[in-house]
Design a protein around this ligand. Structure first.
Ligand SMILES: *Cc1c(COP(=O)(O)O)cnc(C)c1O
Length: 400
């Protein structure tokens, strides 16, 4: 046997033994019945872990836009943006996103992951002596971009301004600097102090790169993100977002100053050498972004639903973790137990919530990550609380 094959077997066995082997759960989304999905046997499952945060993936204006574009332009783009892969929908979407963030320009990528990886590595490979300051809880896609560059990397403790300043102060004053961070951290459900980080950036001459993936569509008066909500978007150099979460479609993007965006467009292999988004997806995303920008009621309902779920879990004595966002984490604290609770929710109660285990969160912080949407009703919450009480209360009594 090849040594690599032996390695794979051993590594997989170790992952399984640690209770963190990942198995897909085959669930079929139902556009018209979201958040109710269907299993292979036809039975329905109530899903609590979709990143289609606003339920826009099943919205009729989005589906119609996708169908119409597919009928007129076909399924795939047929090329990169430079090789016959630009449609009127790509241009319209970039214009819409630039306008959303009040930035001069925006650039699409095939996913949020690719946008972070490509943009960060391209920025950090541009000059010889970049210093990058990265929040300790940054998403894997940002880490991939940073690791793919020759820059000196400083990791600051999560949302810790004092530590960030210490590191900024210790770097060579003349070196180009970039602070890379997120607004809403999806696993911790907390929010970064964007304005204060921009203050530090100003003081130390650093650029700012902000991942608003878990905020676009939801935060701020027009859904442009936490930077808009806090009135600091103009101070952020590059805002990165996704079309795959609250906008319910697919694709990623960056928005910022025209020369910076044009430079990344011209130099990033992750932009140049891959087929562009299907026009039908770009058309669906334009429809979604336009709709969401003006649908403040949907945003208000999202936050009302999240607050209601937090309150109900806490009232039932269930260990909802503190959350400053629309995400509701429920503490479990053990990988095997976390997977078991998720499995029992599905098998016995026809509900699905993703178990979040190491390495996504540190060991001991295993959790269920609940994302109620505007379409989750009070009756659905009653079902969830009752099921969690049945599953978790005996577990905790046994542990005590
Ligand atoms: C999901 C996610 C991404 C990647 O976005 P995709 O469009 O799903 O590739 C980037 N950053 C963060 C923080 C994310 O959670």
């Amino acid at each position: 046997m090849h040594p690599f094959h032996t390695h794979c077997e051993a590594a997989l066995a170790a992952i399984e033994a640690q209770g963190r082997y990942r198995r897909f759960t085959a669930l079929r989304k139902q556009a018209e019945r979201f958040p109710l999905y269907r299993r292979a046997d036809g039975s329905e499952v109530l899903v609590w872990s979709s990143n289609d945060y606003l339920g826009m993936g099943g919205h009729e204006v989005v589906i119609e836009a996708a169908c119409e574009a597919a009928r007129s332009m076909g399924a795939g783009a047929g090329g990169t943006r430079n090789i016959s892969g630009t449609s009127p929908w790509h241009d319209a979407l970039e214009a819409e996103l630039a306008d959303l963030h009040a930035k001069p320009a925006a650039l699409l990528f095939t996913s949020g992951f690719v946008s972070n990886q490509a943009a960060l590595s391209t920025i950090l490979n541009s000059l010889p002596d970049w210093h990058v300051f990265s929040d300790a809880r940054n998403h894997a896609s940002m880490i991939a971009g940073i690791k793919g560059a020759k820059a000196t990397c400083h990791i600051f403790r999560h949302n810790d301004l004092r530590h960030l300043e210490e590191l900024l102060r210790s770097a060579p004053p003349a070196a180009p600097k970039l602070i890379a961070f997120e607004s809403v951290y999806s696993m911790d459900a907390d929010i970064s102090p964007i304005g204060a980080i921009c203050d530090l950036a100003g003081r130390y001459g650093a650029m700012t790169y902000l991942d608003e993936v878990h905020a676009v569509g939801m935060y701020g008066p027009s859904g442009a993100g936490v930077a808009e909500r806090d009135g600091v978007a103009a101070r952020v150099d590059v805002i990165e977002g996704t079309l795959a979460k609250a906008f319910g479609c697919h694709g990623g993007y960056i928005a910022g100053e025209a020369t910076v965006i044009d430079y990344i467009r011209s130099c990033a292999p992750g932009f140049i050498f891959t087929t562009s988004l299907p026009p039908m997806i770009a058309a669906a995303a334009v429809a979604s972004v336009r709709h969401v920008r003006s649908d403040a009621a949907r945003r208000a309902t999202l936050f009302e639903r999240a607050e209601t779920l937090k309150r109900r879990l806490t009232a039932a004595g269930l260990p909802a973790l503190p959350s400053a966002s629309h995400i509701v984490p429920l503490h479990i604290g053990d990988a095997a137990l976390c997977s078991a609770v998720s499995r029992r929710l599905l098998d016995e109660f026809a509900m699905y919530a993703t178990p979040i285990n190491y390495p996504t969160v540190p060991r001991g912080e295993e959790r269920l990550r609940l994302t109620p949407t505007p379409l989750h009703t009070d009756a659905m919450m009653d079902r969830l609380v009752a099921a969690l009480n049945t599953i978790l209360v005996p577990e905790r009594r046994a542990a005590a």
